[in-house]
Ligand binder design. Structure first.
Ligand SMILES: NC(=O)C1=CN([C@@H]2O[C@H](COP(=O)(O)OP(=O)(O)OC[C@H]3O[C@@H](n4cnc5c(N)ncnc54)[C@H](OP(=O)(O)O)[C@@H]3O)[C@@H](O)[C@H]2O)C=CC1
Ligand SMILES: O=C(O)[C@@H]1CCC=N1
Length: 271
């Protein structure tokens, strides 16, 4: 059975994250998309597939999006939001993916009566393998929550939280999470080269090891810990490596510190 098309969307900011989601939505099938993006190279990959405007004023008169996705940098919100008021007033659901920016702040900038969902996606949305965690602001109806859920589910898994403050930790964990995984691929490749492996082979094996492990994790019902144990032969080679990585001051502690730092930064960005 074919899936229903996604209703008309207005995307404000088509950078790394907006572009990743757009790629997923286009693959899934969307009625119409208008993109507002002043930086022309950002939309080159979408030429002929969406309507691109270099400013909010250039959006075709009469275009009535069901959802407006606010995807500029948080620092650009103040300049971008006033132009979006008219769509909020006309009844569009506003979905912000901006780190740190609170529902109250966004609603105030949109004129007070906007219905805002704050969402935190991640870039695997480009291949419809994303994870988005959402918070529904005041006045968002069940039907609108359903609309946001179906839009975001079309590019991956979706979860909702009842407490807005949790989105700061979500931003640190799953919003930024792909960067930590890609860093793992980078440092694994570097370590492979340092053991004498040819650079091309090191790159291939690091990429495939990370992506293959992700695919196994996705396909398996086992905990990550059990999948790790399954690799770790008693008194074998992996055990020696994990003794280094899992030492009290190593990965577990560093990850706690990294996530705490990112969560704190998300809170700072609210201002
Ligand atoms: N990157 C990620 O993995 C994730 C990002 N996010 C959030 O998504 C948002 C976008 O991040 P990211 O895609 O990385 O950032 P980018 O800088 O790549 O994208 C933002 C884009 O918006 C453009 N822009 C600036 N002003 C306006 C305007 N007034 N109207 C329309 N577009 C405008 C920017 O142009 P220019 O470059 O010329 O300023 C830029 O191309 C951020 O708020 C971030 O917190 C959330 C989850 C994950
Ligand atoms: O780094 C950032 O601020 C954004 C939010 C989560 C991922 N990228």
């Amino acid at each position: 059975m074919s899936e229903k098309l996604i209703p008309p969307l207005l995307l404000i900011g088509c950078g790394k994250m907006g572009g990743a989601m757009l790629e997923g939505w286009l693959e899934r099938g969307v009625e119409q998309v208008v993109v507002v993006e002043p930086y022309a190279p950002a939309t080159e990959a979408f030429a002929g597939r969406v309507t691109v405007c270099d400013s909010i004023e250039a959006v075709p008169a009469g275009f009535a999006p069901a959802v407006v996705i606010l995807a500029t940098k948080p620092q650009q919100a103040e300049a971008a939001l006033p132009g979006c008021k008219r769509f909020a007033t006309a009844g569009a659901l506003m979905v912000s993916i901006m780190a740190g920016k609170t529902v109250d702040g966004i609603t105030a900038a949109l004129g007070g009566d906007a219905r805002v969902v704050r969402a935190m996606p991640n870039t695997p949305a480009a291949v419809r393998q994303g994870f988005t965690c959402c918070f529904a602001g005041p006045g968002v109806s069940e039907a609108e929550k359903g609309l946001a859920d179906s839009l975001l589910s079309s590019v991956g898994e979706v979860a909702w939280v009842e407490e807005e403050g949790l989105i700061d930790a979500v931003t640190a964990v799953s919003g930024g999470g792909p960067a930590y995984v890609f860093l793992l691929a980078e440092v694994l490749e570097q370590a492979a080269v340092s053991q004498g492996l040819p650079p091309d082979l090191a790159r291939r094996m690091a990429r495939r090891t990370v992506s293959g492990s992700g695919a196994l994790l996705a396909a398996s019902e086992l905990d990550a810990a059990q999948l790790r144990i399954n690799v770790t032969s008693p008194k074998g080679t992996t055990e020696r490596a994990l003794n280094v990585l899992m030492a009290p001051d190593a990965w577990p502690k560093l990850m706690q510190e990294a996530i705490a730092a990112a969560t704190a930064r998300s809170r700072e960005l609210a201002g």
